[in-house]
Design a protein around this ligand. Structure first.
Ligand code: TYM
Length: 332
């Protein structure tokens, strides 16, 4: 079976609706046809200032949310990145074939350092995309379901895989990004031309999956909408309402056209009230299920341990091959 791999950083107390639509929904769907590896990139999370106790707690919260979203530990390996040392080992090898200029062109690094400037950023934040490439290549993944903001990192991964294969012999599967149009970029509710982001959005711009349902509903009702009053999908002219239409469609399975027809002649207010209920009805059971899962840490530990065991079976084979191709004398 072809392989799928993806990860989502445990850098906030909750994942948000953008993570869910851009990534997790695809992760869950792909479990049927792929051998799946889904992980929590805790090694990536330490490239910005952070608190160790919070990281530990957020890693559990992340695992519980991924399970609540529908990642099935019977079929998929769900694990923490730090449990599988081969990720970091491969990253070091890949850093030797990554150009400094090439790494400097990664836009996420530039975005994350606009405020403080690159002087105060960590070297880890700079080399982050190389570790991400290792995450993907160590499993010989065919497909990588991510949001639009990760496309460039998957492109770098493809380049590194091809470069290694060319220099040292066929070693890596060259992965493809799996990016679903329409939902691959959910926007900030208050600034609908920016993406919904755990680090950059204001609290009212983001629906956290663990938001209290009433609070989530309120955020939808107070979402920024555009001038004019007709409800139609037009990202350039009407970014606010278009984003809400995307969310409505993603939650109900109705097409945007159907929704537009349904609300023809109605005001923004009526549409937002309807959507606020739909969002509340989504986060309510999601939060309840996550809390239930979080109440049994022992079970979460067991799921992560089993996932890591399965992951290492695959990762160790790739690393052996890579070390051999790289010219390292192998221990006897
Ligand atoms: P992260 O943790 O920022 O986000 C997790 C996933 O959610 C997607 N996403 C969005 N999709 C749509 N709309 C949005 N507003 C939105 N915000 C985030 C992201 O694209 C991502 O798919 N570098 C990765 C984590 C990572 C990874 C990997 C992913 C580490 N190693 C290997 C795939 C494969 C990141 O920071 O995603």
């Amino acid at each position: 079976r072809p392989r799928v791999l993806s990860g989502a950083q445990p850098t906030a107390d909750s994942y948000h609706l953008g993570n869910y639509f851009g990534a997790f929904k695809q992760w869950v769907a792909l479990q049927d046809d792929f051998e799946a590896f889904y992980f929590i990139p805790d090694l990536h999370a330490i490239t910005i200032e952070y608190d160790p106790a919070a990281l530990r707690e957020r890693t559990y919260i992340a695992a519980a949310q991924l399970l609540a979203a529908g990642v099935d530990p019977q079929r998929s390996a769900l694990f923490a990145q730090s449990h599988v040392p081969e990720h970091a080992q491969l990253a070091w090898v890949l850093s030797g074939i990554t150009g400094f200029g090439e790494a400097s062109r990664m836009t996420q690094f530039k975005d994350k350092t606009v405020k403080g400037g690159s002087e105060s950023a960590s070297v880890g934040l700079f080399t982050y995309p190389i570790l991400m490439a290792a995450d993907i290549l160590i499993y010989q993944a065919d497909s990588v379901p991510v949001g639009e903001d990760q496309r460039q990192h998957v492109e770098l991964t493809r380049d590194l895989a091809q470069r290694f294969n060319h220099r040292f012999g066929e070693t890596f599967t060259v992965p493809k990004p799996h990016i679903v149009k329409g939902v691959s970029k959910i926007y900030d509710l208050q600034e609908p031309t920016n993406k919904m982001s755990k680090s950059q959005s204001s609290p009212n711009g983001v629906i956290d999956l663990l938001d209290d349902p009433k609070k989530a509903a309120k955020k939808i009702r107070s979402a920024m909408t555009d001038s004019g009053s007709d409800i139609r999908y037009d990202v350039a002219e009407k970014p606010g309402i278009s984003n809400l239409l995307t969310i409505y469609s993603a939650l109900t399975g109705q097409s945007i056209d159907e929704i537009v027809t349904q609300y023809e002649g109605q005001q923004y207010g009526a549409f937002k009230v309807a959507l606020s209920q739909i969002v509340a009805d989504f986060v309510e059971p999601f939060g309840a299920r996550t809390r239930e899962l979080l109440s049994d840490r022992g079970e979460l530990d067991r799921i992560l341990a089993k996932g890591a065991e399965r992951a290492r079976e695959v990762a160790s084979v790739t690393l052996d091959l890579v070390y051999d191709r790289s010219g390292f004398v192998r221990p006897v």
